[in-house]
Design a protein around this ligand. Structure first.
Ligand code: SF4
Length: 283
């Protein structure tokens, strides 16, 4: 089914942070669209409902449409301040597939380059970020620009099962390498941690990057009674594939402890949860 792509003006573009992102040290979040056409089976955003600024159709049809904020760049130009630490975005991938057709991020990045905040972080899993390399270089020359690049597994069959619209694993590692080759400060973000060979995934992340490693297992209602959590669609896929233990807090604890020790042995910092995302706001 083709994606439905809409555009409408928004009332505001920067939101004061709360919860997870605030704990990580960010002062503001920036969301250029509502709903994300990557449509990942595990996406936490639709489980937030109206608290994520979503409308009922966004929740029930997650990933099937997106509504870009047509005035994002203009609003942002007026809202940017030099002391802000901005996370873009907790609610969509800023370089989701439809972005190539609509191009909202071009204006957003131009505004950021003209009035740079203290820290500007792009959270993405999309090779489309490379289409904006010149704009990223312009921002990086003026402030702390960081790209937090999601690589969720080392197994492309798993990627196809849980996030079929996202770029393949190899393309994601290539993108990370290309960003770093262009002096863009880039983090490997192993989140959410999907079924994988954790040693192999971690070793590849350590090999591809120089920064601390960010990790976060799939959220579960057992471990997180309130707030955003994994969409039921991912749990159903895990059940079908006999991989439900990846949602089990005890198995997750064992896996991340093992990864943490392995990272320490490679002299690399490693964390999960807000502590991990705090790496992105370090000065
Ligand atoms: S890319 Fe991020 S925001 Fe978009 S559907 Fe996937 S998890 Fe959700």
């Amino acid at each position: 089914m083709p994606f439905q792509i809409y555009s409408e003006p928004a009332r505001s573009i920067l939101t004061r942070t709360s919860g997870f992102i605030a704990e990580a040290g960010f002062t503001h979040s920036l969301t250029p669209a509502r709903n994300c056409t990557f449509g990942c089976s595990y996406c936490y955003v639709p489980t937030m409902g109206i608290y994520g600024g979503l409308r009922p159709h966004d929740v029930t049809h997650w990933g099937q449409s997106t509504t870009f904020k047509s005035n994002a760049a203009r609003l942002l130009a007026r809202a940017l301040k030099p002391d802000q630490m901005i996370y873009c975005s907790p609610l969509v991938d800023p370089f989701q597939p439809a972005e190539s057709d609509v191009g909202v991020m071009g204006g957003v990045l131009e505004a950021v380059a003209l009035r740079p905040p203290d820290i500007f972080v792009l959270q993405t899993r999309s090779a489309r970020v490379l289409e904006y390399l010149e704009a990223l270089k312009a921002i990086a020359s003026r402030t702390r620009l960081r790209v937090s690049f999601s690589i969720t597994t080392d197994d492309d069959a798993i990627r196809r099962a849980y996030e079929p619209h996202c770029d393949p694993v190899e393309r994601r590692f290539e993108t990370v390498r290309e960003l770093i080759a262009n002096n863009i400060d880039t983090f490997a973000t192993l989140a959410p941690l999907l079924p994988c060979d954790p040693d192999r995934l971690l070793d590849r992340a350590i090999d591809a990057t120089r920064n601390p490693i960010i990790c976060d297992p799939l959220h579960t209602r057992v471990g997180k009674p309130r707030g955003a959590t994994t969409r039921p669609a991912a749990a159903l896929i895990s059940e079908r594939l006999g991989l439900s233990h990846w949602h089990d807090p005890e198995f997750q604890r064992f896996t991340v402890e093992r990864m943490s020790s392995r990272a320490a042995a490679a002299n690399r910092r490693f964390a999960t949860g807000p502590a991990a995302f705090r790496f992105l706001t370090e000065r």
